[in-house]
Design a protein around this ligand. Structure first.
Ligand SMILES: Nc1ncnc2c1ncn2[C@@H]1O[C@H](COP(=O)(O)OP(=O)(O)OP(=O)(O)O)[C@@H](O)[C@H]1O
Length: 559
């Protein structure tokens, strides 16, 4: 059996050995048979047979610590990749990181910000108010008297994470080389994407920028609040921000006692996230209840008289470390897919999944469409307000997964956020309907698709495509003609999805040829003439234009 090279792991040999030992102990290392023994004794698994594989993975990740717990949390949102059972199991992973002693935290802040703690803050509470996987949070007061919280990274956490990521990367490569079963989980791509997002989370300067961007995007909405960051009291590992005073949405009982209108909180909170996604294309990617608060201040109603509507509650959002971006094209696709789900249009959903995803070569499109259609039939009787968006997304991703279509991380993240959003809102109001809320976004989407700017952009893209095609066409046509003359012109169709593209390409070439030929008839004034214009030339050009418009329309449907 081929041996795996491990020299780059020598630096992390001890930790590598620990990781493999833990995986082996839980019976999760059988696929590593080709790894040379960099440790003397043979490692034998004594897995607890009473536990499912998914449960053993969760327990092993818990033992392996922060980086693996974070990986597990990310995978728990990738049902499309790991399947329902493992996703549910991993969703239970909790980082149980003890807080660091006060002197260690203070030393970290002082070295990061280059000044003594008393120079930096008027008051600093050395008891952590929360300790999470990457850092812990302390209350403090600035010299101007502002109440703030200071988020401080656990010392050495970055190096530990970097080391673990290196090991994970190596294990992913081994898995992809050694195990057909694990290859379906795309270990190398998945770890690469995870590595990128975790390294971004480790840089608090990014979180600070995200907070500022959200504050700008919501500056005209007084009932939504993002904490103000303090750049002079922040660095890559320390983040100081305004302290939000309120009740966490995860604390439903306390919210109720405070008299908060839970239905309104669910509705407003969801609208905030949909605005981030559909309006701004820049969204908070972790809408779990612990990251939402109802603040202890209210926006007064417009009408100051007692008869007016009650004051609006202010929603505060925490933890802007993980964000997603969505461009216009993806926004269009998402809107079309959501409308298609509600209207039972299986073809559109399948078409979008196939276009965005990575599709295996033996992929069976008719069976994908028919499975999605069967699944949507189950939802056909639901009224819009009862439509269960998360369940439907879950079912679609399940089918996509069975067809071994791999969705890009940005799409998976978006689906995760929509599902989490519905879950969080349901906790507050069991009758909450995300589908109803999405309806106006669908209508806006239709209007936007027809807006002059978007039509102009689509036409411009088409023109750019045509311009590119015309610039390469003479040479490519020359090559094709040359091959034809030599008698060695073959078309090898290896993928069913290429068929329509080839058809359109042929139509495009014919249209271009018709246009060029007719234009030359027109300019040469070939008779018969009508008002001095060549009739064959005019008819040919008109026909080419009709064909061109039809073709552009077909291409725009595919995009
Ligand atoms: N601006 C704030 N005002 C009040 N409390 C805050 C603020 N920021 C954070 N907290 C408290 O600290 C906790 C942890 O903060 P945060 O979620 O930002 O940390 P994290 O390290 O990103 O956590 P995680 O590992 O869950 O991503 C929050 O749940 C909240 O209770």
């Amino acid at each position: 059996m081929e041996l795996i090279e491990v020299p780059q792991l020598i630096r992390n040999a001890e930790r590598f050995r620990e990781v493999v030992t833990i995986l082996t102990r839980h019976g999760l290392a059988d696929w590593m048979s080709g790894v040379p023994s960099i440790w003397p004794e043979r490692l034998r698994g004594s897995a607890d047979e009473s536990m499912t594989t998914a449960a053993r993975i969760r327990v092993a990740f818990e033992e392996l610590g922060t980086t693996f717990i974070k990986l597990g949390q990310v995978l728990s949102t990738r049902e499309d990749l790991v399947g329902r059972e493992l996703a549910c199991e991993l969703a239970q992973l909790r980082a149980n990181t003890p807080s660091d002693p006060a002197d260690v935290v203070i030393a970290m802040i002082e070295s990061e910000l280059g000044a003594g703690i008393d120079e930096l803050f008027l008051k600093f509470d050395s008891t952590a108010m929360a300790s999470a996987s990457i850092g812990q949070v302390h209350r403090a007061t600035t010299h101007e008297g502002h109440d703030v919280v200071v988020k401080v990274q656990h010392p050495g956490i970055e190096q530990r994470i970097v080391n673990d990521l290196e090991i994970m990367q190596k294990l992913a490569e081994i898995a992809e080389q050694q195990s057909e079963r694990l290859t379906q989980y795309r270990p190398v791509d998945t770890i690469r994407e995870f590595q990128r997002s975790l390294m971004r989370e480790l840089d608090f300067q990014r979180e600070l920028k995200n907070m500022n961007r959200f504050r700008t995007n919501f500056q005209d909405e007084p009932d939504v609040h993002f904490a103000k960051p303090y750049p002079k009291l922040s660095s890559r590992r320390v983040l100081t921000m305004q302290r939000l005073d309120g009740i966490s949405v995860s604390n439903k009982a306390e919210l109720k006692t405070s008299g908060a209108d839970l239905n309104e909180v669910a509705h407003r909170g969801a609208v905030v996230f949909l605005d981030m996604i559909f309006r701004d294309g820049f969204y908070h990617a972790d809408p779990h209840p612990g990251n939402l608060m109802v603040l202890n201040r209210h926006v007064p109603s417009q009408d100051p008289s007692n008869d007016g509507p009650p004051a609006k509650q202010v929603i505060g959002l925490l933890d802007c470390g993980m964000v997603g971006r969505i461009d216009d094209a993806l926004k269009d696709d998402l809107e079309v897919a959501l409308i298609a789900a509600v209207t039972g249009d299986a073809e559109s959903i399948a078409e979008i999944a196939v276009r965005l995803g990575d599709v295996p070569c033996d992929f069976d499109e008719p069976s994908l469409v028919s499975e999605i259609r069967d699944m949507l039939d189950d939802y056909a009787d639901q009224k819009l307000r009862e439509f269960d968006v998360s369940a439907c997304l879950r079912d679609v991703t399940g089918i996509i997964r069975e067809h071994r279509i791999y969705l890009p991380a940005k799409v998976a993240m978006l689906l995760k956020v929509l599902a989490m959003l519905e879950g969080t809102a349901h906790q507050l109001n069991p009758n909450f309907s995300l589908a109803e809320l999405l309806e106006p976004y669908g209508q806006q989407a239709m209007r936007r698709r027809l807006s002059p700017r978007r039509v102009y952009e689509r036409i411009k893209n088409r023109v750019d495509d045509w311009d590119h095609l015309l610039s390469i066409l003479p040479k490519d046509l020359g090559d094709v003609l040359h091959s034809l003359k030599q008698g060695n012109f073959d078309i090898h169709l290896q993928h069913r999805r290429l068929e329509p593209i080839v058809n359109r390409l042929v139509m495009g070439i014919l249209t271009a040829a018709l246009f060029v030929g007719s234009a030359s008839l027109w300019s040469s004034g070939v008779p018969p003439l009508l008002f001095g214009v060549s009739v064959p030339g005019m008819l040919g050009c008109s026909l080419a234009m009709v064909m061109g418009v039809r073709l552009s329309w077909q291409i725009s449907r595919v995009r």
